[in-house]
Design a protein. Structure first.
Length: 196
């Protein structure tokens, strides 16, 4: 039996450099669970608190991101630190064995982490020469991503932002589910698996 998978995606303020956590706040976080989506918007400290609270309440599973090792998780950690918000998010790198600079491994409370982008890039991307971006890969397998101009996230109304961030969290989860149980080997193992 596979553990529950929780897709996670963040959106940042693109009115400033949305890729720089020293200047750009997080404007939305989505967590796609087997039971539906949870989206948090509003004051950044509350978004972080609510996301962390949800992660603490979910059954132990795997947090699935798309490039979360290189973006979402480090961004969340830095923004939380800057705001003085405590998260149950632990990050580490592989030290001298690290294969990519800036890429981390992680866990959030009882949840291991799996970066779907790195999973697909390691085999599908390498063998087919496909870049493995979330939306192109989703369309390739017949999924319908919500599309917006990513340089204008700050101009989206609440409903459009919610639809967009939730779509990305669902897509990451769905793409990894389609590769299960092979995908399980790409998990940042931190917790022993209970016997089946």
């Amino acid at each position: 039996m596979s553990p529950p998978l929780y897709g996670l995606d963040i959106e940042t303020d693109t009115s400033v450099d949305g890729l720089d956590p020293s200047v750009s706040p997080i404007v939305a976080v989505a967590v796609a669970t087997p039971d539906g989506d949870r989206v948090f918007q509003g004051a950044e400290d509350l978004v972080l608190h609510r996301t962390d609270e949800l992660m603490s309440e979910l059954d132990p599973g795997i947090v699935v991101t798309w490039n979360g090792s290189g973006f979402d998780l480090p961004f969340l950690a830095e923004r939380a630190q800057r705001l003085g918000v405590t998260l149950g998010l632990d990050l580490w790198d592989d030290g001298p064995e690290r294969t990519e600079p800036g890429v981390v491994r992680g866990r959030w409370y009882a949840h291991d982490h799996l970066d779907g982008y790195r999973l697909y890039r390691a085999d599908v991307g390498r063998s087919l020469g496909f870049p493995c971006g979330l939306k192109p890969l989703s369309r390739l397998v017949g999924l319908a991503p919500v599309e917006v101009d990513r340089s204008c996230i700050h101009l989206l109304d609440d409903a459009a932002l919610e639809a967009y961030v939730a779509s990305d969290a669902r897509l990451a989860r769905e793409l990894v589910l389609r590769r299960w149980p092979v995908a399980e080997r790409a998990t940042d193992r931190c917790h022993p698996r209970p016997p089946d």
